[in-house]
Design a protein around this ligand. Structure first.
Ligand code: AMP
Ligand code: ZN
Length: 470
């Protein structure tokens, strides 16, 4: 399997440090608001990566943090703590906000068939670990105290900008929203490991430390949580592209300075989901969430398919028109799978031949776009129905689109209906979907009414349109 490594800027053969346990770390959400569907694009693509590594036979231990302290409005350590901002906005405590949005995040993940990582650790649960590592960094001469805060000294490194291949605007993405100058820093790139009360009096969550009452910086949490659960090395570290700088750059700096050796082999970065008006942001007014899509009649799995139709290393533009296309594709896919007979024997030679189209796509840097095409190749092939169903079920261990379950739900509609009626109804449903896509709701409603007159009731569900005789 080849994976692109942001660190070496090449596609590399993936060789785990220990083939008995692949160690994977994912930057988790900052739980001060709902996750937007851009955040969730990253988690969907990381989920597919994890599932594919398992699919090819490696056990995986995946760890994710929950950022519930220390992530300031600007990734460059300035502004207010995002959690405090959320708490003030909703007149709740930081911990209430953290609990609410952590639960909301996992509920979105559940709807999108994103597996919960093996370990999920909130930053506030690891304060002792942060202090231990920061003490180690001070001892080794990589950190200093200034103005009450502890900073990492980037001048002590032979190379700090490890991801400097990224376009200037990608790097700038990291340093969002109004950067203020911090005179305590010895070097421009230095970053905070520990903030003290002296800087942020209104910080709600504070802990004792050898440097005074305060709280950790955002970057230190990921290094420490990874080391706590995965030890001193790591196969893959994941995150959205905006995290490459400064967050991941700082994680590498402090982890390797502390450990005294290379820390993580491969960096997997997911490019952004954008709208026509630009980047998605939690801090800008109404933003796109899974619930919003649901309220507009889109199944979360339609959004998952929409993401899988593109490669993770290309930025993706969200529009309702594009999502409508994914919806039609999903409904048609389920309808075609529903037509496959469940009888017969799987032809193992054919199975292997067609599976190779899927694995070739995925082995080439998780090319989910071609992996989706492999589904159509299976459906179009001369394989028997049992083999087709087995292949689709097999690919869906990675794609997680509920293809068999969804198709079987559709199949339930036509119990007792003959093939002719099924064909007529499916054709009408497809026409209705096309009409909705073209925003021709009058025609869509007319088709529904015509079906009703024929004694057919249709319903929009999570897996698409289902129907029954009334
Ligand atoms: P946050 O909750 O802001 O810490 O971000 C959670 C994850 O979403 C991180 O991996 C980010 O890099 C990623 N992310 C943020 N914005 C986007 C976007 N527009 N598209 C894809 N991923 C994103
Ligand atoms: Zn992180």
């Amino acid at each position: 399997m080849k994976l692109y490594n942001s660190l070496t800027r090449t596609k590399e053969e993936f060789v785990p440090i220990d083939k008995n346990l692949v160690k994977m770390y994912t930057c988790g959400p900052t739980v001060y608001h709902f996750a937007h569907i851009g955040n969730l694009r990253s988690y969907i693509m990381e989920d597919v990566l994890e599932k594919y590594i398992r699919y090819v036979g490696y056990p995986v231990k995946r760890v994710m943090n929950i950022t519930d302290v220390g992530h300031l409005s600007s990734d460059a350590d300035t502004g207010e703590d995002k959690m405090l901002k959320g708490a003030k906005r909703e007149k709740k405590t930081v911990m209430e906000i953290a609990k609410f949005y952590t639960d909301a995040f996992f509920e979105d993940c559940r709807k999108l068939n994103i597996k919960t990582p093996d370990v999920v650790e909130p930053a506030t649960g690891c304060i002792d670990e942060f202090i231990k590592v920061i003490e180690g960094l001070i001892e080794k001469g990589f950190a200093y105290e200034a103005g009450g805060n502890i900073y990492f000294d980037t001048s002590k490194l032979s190379q700090y900008y490890v991801f400097n291949n990224f376009a200037e605007e990608d790097l700038q993405d990291g340093v969002r929203e109004g950067v203020e100058k911090d005179d305590n820093k010895r070097n421009k790139a230095d970053f905070v490991l520990w903030f003290t009360k002296s800087k942020f009096d209104d910080q709600e969550l504070k802990w004792n430390s050898p440097w005074g009452v305060g709280y950790p910086g955002w970057h230190i949490e990921c290094s420490c949580i990874s080391m706590k659960h995965l030890g001193g090395d790591l196969d893959i570290h994941c995150g959205g592209i905006d995290n490459a700088f400064p967050h991941h750059t700082n994680e590498i700096a402090q982890s390797e300075a502390y450990l005294g050796h290379k820390w993580c082999n491969l960096w997997f970065h997911v490019l952004h989901l954008n709208t026509n008006s630009g980047k998605m942001s939690k801090s800008k007014g109404e933003f796109l969430t899974v619930s919003l899509l649901e309220s507009k009649g889109y199944s979360p799995l339609v959004y998952r398919l929409f993401c899988l139709q593109s490669h993770y290393r290309k930025s993706l533009v969200f529009s309702y028109e594009n999502l409508d296309n994914a919806k039609v594709a999903y409904e048609k896919l389920l309808a075609r799978i529903a037509k496959l007979s469940k009888d017969g024997e799987v032809d193992s030679a054919k199975f292997e031949e067609l599976k190779k189209i899927f694995t070739d796509a995925m082995d080439n840097d998780i090319n989910t776009s071609l992996a989706i095409t492999a589904l159509y190749d299976v459906l179009k092939s001369d394989a028997n129905d049992a083999t087709k169903r087995a292949l689709i079920a097999d690919f869906d261990k990675v794609l997680s689109l509920d293809l068999i379950e969804g198709a079987d739900n559709l199949g339930k509609n036509d119990e007792g209906a003959d093939d002719e009626l099924t064909a007529i109804v499916n054709e009408a449903i497809a026409r209705r979907a096309e009409a909705k896509k073209a925003k021709d709701f009058a025609t869509a409603d007319k088709i529904r009414d015509e079906l009703k007159e024929m004694g057919i009731m249709i319903k929009d569900t999570a897996q698409g349109v289902v129907w029954e005789k009334i």
